[in-house]
Design a protein around this ligand. Sequence first.
Ligand code: NAD
Length: 369
Amino acid sequence: MSDFTVTRRNFIKTASASAFAGTLGFSITGLTAKSADKKLGIALVGLGNYSTRVLAPALQQTEHIKLTGIVTGTPAKIPEWQEQYGIKDKNIYNYETMHEAADNPDIDVFYIVLPNNMHKPYSIIAAEAGKHVFCEKPMALDEAECHDIIAACEKNNVRLSIGYRMQHEPITQQIIAFGREKTYGDILHVRAADGFFLGNTNHWKAHSELGGGAMMDMGVYAVNASRYVTGEEPIAVTAKIDHARPDEFTADEIMFFDLEFPSGIVSNCMTSLAHRVNELHVTARNGWYEMKPFMSYGGIRGETSDRKVLEESVPNQQAHQMEMDALSILNEKPMQVPGEEGMLDMRVVDAAFKSAKTGKRVEIKKNKV
Ligand code: NAD
């Protein structure tokens, strides 16, 4: 470790208190539930890759939220989930019976981890059942759908959080604080790029039908990051779609998009399902700072022009995210990543697709809802 490396202890000391309130490890957050033994029960809706490999294991590490239920359309998956996680028969639902959980006190939260075209209907079913909603990104297919989800949650008096786990992550929060506190002066320029190689082009993520495509799957992180580092809402976008495998994708495989912000900042963004890329770079008047990668499950790393190295301090981002969200609910505090975050991103995404279609710069306005 070099002299310039910020150790975890120094990092905590040097980081702004506001940026870190409630974000580092469960025991030192300062946030605890009013009733220490209170745990929320959560049911995962959709048992695909993310639920199976990431969320269910992460829920074995949480203190205030526990995996109690599942919703699946594939009965063959049930025995393994029951064996592995001890899920009771009465807490297992399919997509047609999920609403019946309204009477089930074991389930406080439904986490929607389905293809993107199913986020709106199943978030609304969850809200109508009186359950809090965690909804994966992208929040829905467009801005109008996001408004419908928000309205359903408000009507049923339940909380809503979007699965942008990086907003709970301490290095990300330090990078956000650099902008807010102008540590390196006014931000002049942002560059955000994220993508991976999607080998299986038969997957729904390669196709528009279920809400796939690079922008919906990965580009929303670049949009979200551009918004959180600048603290501004973009006013215009110019976008272009490209393909490495045009015969295999019906959705966008690669998208380049430039966001213009009110203060004059431009964020050059790129997202791809054709190759691996993962970086967020901020140029400010007196220096620069970056995260590389900025949104992978592990290995998050930050660096600054004055040679600080920001090291990862959260061992499991998803456990941390769900723990923080559970504590917000239990302590009746605002959600850190509320529905508005997903909705504002989809406003940008809608405009980016419009721009890519017309080849013109598109001003970003509230869409008809
Ligand atoms: P996946 O394809 O592995 O899983 C989707 C699940 O939905 C499967 O269990 C499948 O059986 C079920 N399903 C129900 N109806 C379906 C239908 N008509 N067609 C296809 N599948 C259907 O996808 P995933 O990677 O788990 O992604 C699920 C959601 O989670 C997406 O919204 C994705 O953007 C999000 N996600 C978020 C992160 C993150 O880091 N926040 C990571 C991965 C995925």
